[in-house]
Design a protein around this ligand. Structure first.
Ligand code: NAP
Length: 297
């Protein structure tokens, strides 16, 4: 069943996701703050929206934006989603945003007679481009049902987290906390064995062929072993943002997460050393750097 939708945010993730919605037969109107990024999609059949409001005329509008500030600009700004989306239409928020903002969006969209679904994703831009994302979705059952055709076009599997949208954002943040923990731990373990002369590539091969076979060890282990952090697929400032948001919700729920505080400091170190343009996995090089085995970032 094809839908008429808007798609806002054509960055590393959004460009591939919007392309897959087009490939899935949906009528897609795209908007991006920097308009040039819409061109490739227009050539594949998308309509270009000159303003956010022009992307809000269908059954649903998807947002895939950097952070809370970007989502707030696009939703609450002049001619934003809140004032432009029709009654009963759905805002599908797929960015990794704070639980607090998701709570606010749930409430303001309901007050405006609109529906709100939070559907953050797991997977990097290559997964976005090949429709292999894992989607963690939460919202009212009728709204989730209506979005299922969109999710099928963008992902390999959608997990329904529940009826309260902020729970999906919480699950997403918890997942990125776990992934960042793996990156940091792998970086420390590799620095340790390499100091004693064990080849880090062979070490990674051993790990990922035995007890550590999950994709997260393979993907990030490769990047750390190869010391290849550019071009960024998931930029370090966005990774730092996710740990900050994890700590914020942990604080509000009174759940101590001491390791998240360590990760927060690791990101501050990375960014202080000029890591803005690197992939977030570059925190996995800090242990090698701290032990004098790697220079630069
Ligand atoms: N990259 C990954 O591996 C990955 C994986 C899972 C989830 N995520 C999450 O997905 C979201 C998008 O990530 P990404 O890697 O695609 O980021 P990105 O490449 O940096 O793209 C960010 C997008 O947000 C737009 N934007 C930023 N500030 C804005 C503002 N104030 N108003 C309007 N638009 C604004 C950018 O527009 P311009 O083009 O004009 O800058 C761009 O379209 C983030 O929440 C991220 O945490 C990323």
């Amino acid at each position: 069943m094809s839908m008429k939708i808007g798609f806002i945010g054509l960055g590393r993730m959004g460009a591939g996701m919007a392309a897959n919605l087009l490939a899935g037969g949906h009528e897609v109107t795209v908007f991006n703050r920097t308009p040039g990024k819409a061109q490739a999609l227009v050539e594949r059949g998308a309509h270009a929206a000159g303003r956010v409001a022009d992307a809000c005329r269908g059954n649903a509008v998807v947002t895939m934006l950097a952070d809370d500030a970007a989502v707030e600009d696009v939703v609450f700004g002049d001619g934003g989603i809140l004032g432009s989306l029709g009654k009963g239409a759905i805002h599908v928020s797929m960015s990794t945003i704070s639980v607090a903002l998701s709570e606010r969006l749930t409430s303001v969209h309901a007050d405006a007679g609109q529906r709100f679904v939070a559907a953050p994703v797991f997977g990097r831009p290559d997964a976005a481009a090949s429709a292999k994302l894992f989607i963690a979705a939460a919202g009212a059952p009728d709204a989730l049902d209506a979005c299922s055709t969109l999710f099928e076009s963008m992902g390999q599997k959608t997990y329904s987290i529940g009826t309260a949208p902020p729970t999906a954002n919480l699950v997403k943040l918890s997942g990125n906390f776990l992934t960042a923990s793996v990156i940091e731990s792998l970086g420390e373990a590799m620095a340790l064995v390499e100091r004693a002369g064990v080849d880090r590539h062979r070490y990674l091969d051993f790990l990922t062929s035995t007890l550590f076979t999950a994709p997260v060890y393979k993907t990030y282990g490769e990047l750390i072993a190869q010391r290849r952090f550019e071009p960024a697929a998931f930029a370090a400032p966005l990774g730092a943002k996710d740990i900050r948001l994890t700590l914020a919700v942990a604080d509000s729920l009174r759940v101590p997460m001491p390791f998240a505080s360590v990760l927060h400091d690791r990101f501050v170190t990375l960014l202080a050393h000029g890591g803005e343009a690197l992939d977030w996995s570059a925190i996995g090089q800090l242990a090698a750097k701290d032990s004098g085995q790697a220079t630069g970032l």
